[in-house]
Write a protein that binds this ligand. Structure first.
Ligand code: ATP
Length: 369
């Protein structure tokens, strides 16, 4: 099912006298192709959940339209939209068994949607097998691990064969290992069922790893949409560049002068077709190549061995207040030769890993060829 959002806006009136209304979602236009998984991504309060609740019908948009296929569902009640919703806190009925929890949405079907008992059971077991909890059908939620409870919640959302599956931070309550495993399972389930899915998370790594496309939001406004790798490789502004990637991008104060980019005194990149100006310079951790006569000179602080990679921690006076780090973190292969006792380290910079941003607007400045 294709989902189309058209100029979707949600404004919450301010309850304090004289305060401004909260524009939780501002003019969100986007089309989710049939059968794809889209990650809504952004920091707390950026409007992810509000967007999701408008798609499922729990929140009414102040303006704008929502289409499932060609059908305008903007004013349709949630129960008639054919959506399955999974929350962070599972929300299972504690007094019911797993089986009863999964059957519950089917037992509530009315009129011509009503199913006979055998069909309901068949469906319940089918989705339970899909999420691998068919052995646990007679347990109560309290007798399950967090990961198992979340699978029951997913099974319960899938049992009505929704047209659209909506997941609101579904992995937040799981520990690191289980998060990893469950996100892979969600991706598999989504691919095998082909249900168009919207996945809300503030965790960029999670969104990037399972989404066909991501939507990065800030203060209710969509900043950038696209395939995760494309957005990572071509951030449209400093916010997106900083939000994607671990360790985060290193941000420096820099200056374009006479066709070249300077960080402090160091001339690090040719910048044809960019006019002279002060800029923010973002360099991804994997963009640094240690080299004896490298262009960027830094003070070496530490070398951290991380198995496959080595993290070189260094400092530079031009590191910007915009940087998420107080130090420069560069990631290089473990077999790269580094003198750990040296006071200084120099790097050449991979041109496709360095980005320039306008100091005022923080928009990306594209460097010509
Ligand atoms: P989080 O990751 O913390 O859940 P989010 O990105 O999902 O955040 P939303 O819950 O969509 O963000 O909230 C977006 C903005 O709308 C926030 O500023 C929030 O305070 C505001 N907001 C949400 N619901 C209401 C409400 N019912 N009344 C007033 N303001 C609201």
């Amino acid at each position: 099912m294709r989902v189309k959002l058209e100029n979707l806006t949600r404004i919450f009136p301010n309850r304090n006298k004289g305060g401004d209304d909260v524009v939780a979602v501002n003019n969100f236009t986007y089309e989710i192709p049939d059968g794809k998984l889209v990650g809504l991504l952004g920091p707390s309060g950026c409007g992810k959940s509000t967007s999701l609740y408008m798609i499922c019908g729990l929140q009414k948009p102040t303006s704008g339209k929502i289409y499932f296929g060609d059908e305008d569902v903007t004013d349709l009640a949630p129960e008639h939209r054919g959506v399955g919703l999974v929350f962070q806190n599972y929300a299972l009925y504690p007094h019911m068994t797993v089986k009863q929890n999964i059957l519950f949405p089917l037992q509530n079907l009315k009129g011509e949607d009503k199913l006979d008992k055998d069909t309901m059971l068949e469906r319940a077991y089918e989705v339970a097998r899909l999420v691998q909890i068919d052995e646990l059908m007679d347990r109560k939620p309290a007798e399950l691990s967090g990961g198992q409870q979340q699978r029951v919640a997913i099974a319960r959302a899938l049992v009505k064969m929704p047209r659209v599956l909506l997941l609101d931070e579904p992995l937040s309550n799981l520990d690191a290992r289980l998060r990893l495993q469950t996100r892979e399972e969600i991706k598999k389930i989504q691919q095998s069922t082909g249900i168009t899915t919207v996945f809300v998370t503030h965790d960029q790594e999670e969104a990037m790893s399972i989404s066909d496309s991501i939507v990065v939001m800030k203060l209710g406004v969509v900043q950038q949409t696209g395939a995760p790798q494309d957005v990572y490789d071509n951030p449209i502004n400093l916010f997106v560049a900083k939000f994607l990637g671990t360790p985060p991008i290193n941000v420096f104060d820099g200056e374009v002068k006479d066709g070249a980019l300077y960080i402090g005194e160091d001339k690090v990149l040719a910048t044809p077709n960019v006019k002279d100006q002060k800029v923010y310079v973002g360099i991804r951790p994997e963009g640094f190549i240690p080299a004896e006569k490298g262009a960027l000179h830094c003070s070496l602080q530490n070398v951290e061995v991380m198995g496959r990679d080595v993290s070189i921690v260094s400092t530079n006076k031009a590191l910007s207040s915009q940087s998420a780090n107080k130090v420069i973190r560069s990631i290089v292969d473990a077999d790269t030769k580094i003198d750990r006792n040296a006071k200084e380290v120099a790097f050449n910079i991979k041109p496709n890993k360095i980005f320039l941003f306008n100091k005022k607007t923080e928009e990306r400045i594209i460097v010509g060829k």
